[in-house]
Design a protein around this ligand. Structure first.
Ligand code: GDP
Length: 313
């Protein structure tokens, strides 16, 4: 048996995680989700990236919205609005049940890993899905008006503020999820895949956990990223805007530069083939299920090749 670890945020990460889940035996895939986006809202513990990955792998994701569940209804939000509640963060009725039950279990003393594993099993998700940590890490964004919580920036202000700095509060004291760390040391590890997620707010919270960068550098398997930027643009979300605001080159090459020595392999879109020397070019815009599977095969194929000749000594 071999093992592949995928580091994922929400939408872009979940797309490739789904592709990987369809070309690998379930027991060979471990998806590690960012929890820097997690927050407490209306008294509930919300874990957006875990839920996006979970719903996507369960075949329950809302394709039109790009978040939440398909076949959703909104009676809770409508009622909340009618009585003057906070409605800037939308929670569908079906989705709500997940947050309510997660909150109850966390308050009863279970950790986020156990809750996530149980929900995934119940919803028919076969690969392992784990939070990056069971400890509290919260992404914060420094704007021209000072530091704000991530969801305030992302959802309430719809990424409008200019980002000057990003911090992961609690990351220094957090421990990476044990199965994640164990997988990085596992001799069966065949690849670590950095999904095409936002580097700053989806991947870097994971990399900020103590020991993760060192474990990635030390692991025998190649670390391979897929660019979330295609031809200078993000498919969705603020990745390109953030790169520009942080003074980085908004390109697939800019993402590779940000990851730096961590990468052994890099997959870019055909559109960017000429601009990133040494990268493998593929169709990286995942519109269909076949696109997701094909990109997963490209990444795994590259991992096989790199294991024969590691770039890094
Ligand atoms: P979030 O937590 O929901 O913002 O999700 P992620 O960080 O996982 O995903 C956002 C990133 O995914 C953006 O930078 C998008 O450009 C990228 N993305 C979304 N769909 C695709 C796709 O089909 N292909 C590639 N290469 N990137 C994608």
């Amino acid at each position: 048996m071999s093992l592949v670890v995928a580091l994922s945020g929400g939408v872009g990460g979940a797309k490739l995680a789904l592709g990987l889940s369809r070309v690998l035996p379930a027991e060979e895939l471990l998806v590690v989700c960012n929890t820097g986006d997690d927050f407490e809202h209306l008294g509930l513990s919300v874990s957006p990236d875990i839920d996006t990955v979970m719903y996507t792998l369960a075949g329950l994701a809302n394709a039109e919205l790009g978040w939440g569940r398909a076949d959703e209804s909104w009676a809770f939000m409508e009622t909340l609005a009618a009585i003057g509640g906070e409605t800037w963060f939308r929670l569908g009725d079906r989705d709500l049940a997940v947050h309510v039950e997660r909150t109850r279990r966390l308050l009863a003393g279970e950790d986020l890993s156990a809750v996530t594993a149980e929900f995934c099993t119940r919803l028919g998700v076969l690969p392992r899905v784990v939070p990056m940590t069971d400890h509290r890490v919260r992404t914060r964004v420094r704007t021209e008006d000072g530091w704000i919580a991530f969801q305030d920036y992302f959802v309430r202000q719809q990424c409008r503020p200019v980002v000057r700095q990003i911090a992961f509060s609690g990351a220094d004291e957090a421990r990476p999820q044990p199965e994640f760390l164990a997988a990085l040391r596992d001799e069966k590890l065949r690849a670590v895949v950095i999904c095409p997620s936002n580097p700053f707010i989806s991947v870097e919270p994971i990399l900020a956990l103590p020991g993760v960068r060192t474990a990635l550098e030390a692991c025998a398997a190649p670390v391979i990223a897929v660019s979330p930027i295609i031809a200078g643009r993000a498919i969705k979300g603020p990745t390109a805007k953030m790169m520009a605001e942080l003074g980085l080159d908004v390109s697939a090459a800019g993402v590779a530069a940000r990851y730096g020595d961590l990468l052994d392999g890099y997959v870019v879109d055909h559109a960017d083939a000429a601009s990133v020397p040494g990268a493998v070019a593929a169709t990286t815009l995942m519109k269909t299920i076949e696109d997701r599977e094909n990109l997963a095969r490209v990444v795994l194929g590259l991992a096989y090749r790199l294991r024969g000749c590691q770039l890094r000594e």
